[in-house]
Ligand binder design. Structure first.
Ligand SMILES: Cc1ncc(COP(=O)(O)O)c(C=O)c1O
Length: 283
């Protein structure tokens, strides 16, 4: 059984306990990251640490570590756990203080980290794609922060599950933002389109990598607002995240997307991503 990290120590998960006064527990006052590990190596570490720094700065929590120390601690976490491929979860909260909304005069951020097996998306799911539903985005207007306060995302995902779908595609002011736990892409007339970064969506590390790969392989792409109606015309829809990579959406609101099968561009980019990961593992 692997170890988790809390209070500056690696320890069994059973012994890791936090105070009920931790502001993460009481207010969801904290931020998090999920970092994939391939062949025991941290994938896109700089990008994840950059986003963590942004999230911490936005909510005014002091970053407990330098980039060098983060890299050391995360590498130790990998060593404390089994498996070549892992999914590292870390969260930083504002720490323990008497319950009151305003920032405490003094508090030490709480850092918790754990490793889970990186399962990825099964081949069968890649071949069939997933069902998704659309829903009005009920989240706040600072979704660029990777906040641990995920109640709206939880309700959106459950809404999808309740309808036999796997992801909820969120609509704000008539435009698509992203999935409940993923970024969104469509293909229209052969061109890959994703919404531009804004406070209405999380700047996904996988999203950026997919755009990098599209550029590298001369697949046309652009960042543009996606009106809700464009989802009906899309030849392809897919969602991305660090743990699931690229997942084709083949049914939207019970209607087939394109011909109802994963599209050629999603599959091509999936292949390019596998090659990219393979090179990363062997470097
Ligand atoms: C709301 C939301 N958008 C997008 C993403 C994808 O981000 P990344 O590719 O960095 O995992 C996630 C990941 O969990 C997410 O929760």
């Amino acid at each position: 059984m692997g170890k988790v990290y809390l209070e500056g120590q690696f320890q069994p998960i059973e012994s890791a306990k936090i105070s009920v006064l931790d502001r993460g527990f009481l207010f969801g006052d904290g931020v998090y990251e999920v970092i994939p590990v391939y062949g025991k190596k941290l994938f896109r570490l700089t990008e994840h640490l950059q986003r963590l720094e942004n999230s911490l700065a936005e909510v005014r929590i002091t970053n407990p570590h330098t980039r060098e120390t983060w890299a050391t601690l995360l590498t130790q976490l990998i060593e404390q756990n089994e498996g070549e491929d892992q999914s590292l979860y870390l969260q930083v909260t504002r720490g323990i203080a008497p319950r009151d909304h305003h920032f405490p005069d003094q508090s030490t951020p709480t850092l918790f980290m754990m490793s889970n097996p990186l399962v990825g998306t099964p081949e069968t799911t890649l071949q069939s794609g997933i069902a998704a539903v659309t829903e009005i985005d009920s989240r706040w207007s600072r979704c660029n922060i990777k906040s641990i306060n995920l109640l709206a995302n939880v309700l959106h995902r459950q809404h999808a599950m309740d309808q036999g779908a796997k992801e909820s595609i969120l609509i704000r002011d008539g435009k698509v933002t992203e999935g409940a736990a993923s970024n969104l892409f469509i293909v229209l007339q052969g061109e890959t389109i994703t919404p531009p970064k804004s406070p209405h969506l999380l700047p996904g590390v996988t999203r950026d990598l997919v755009l990098e790969l599209a550029e590298q392989h001369q697949l046309p792409w652009r960042e543009a607002a996606i009106p809700e109606q464009a989802l009906q015309q899309a030849e392809e829809i897919w969602v991305t995240s660090s743990t699931k990579e690229i997942v084709p959406v083949t049914t939207l609101n019970q209607q087939p997307v394109g011909d109802g099968k994963p599209g050629p561009i999603a599959l091509q980019l999936h292949q390019h991503l596998q090659t990219f990961k393979q090179q990363f593992r062997s470097n």
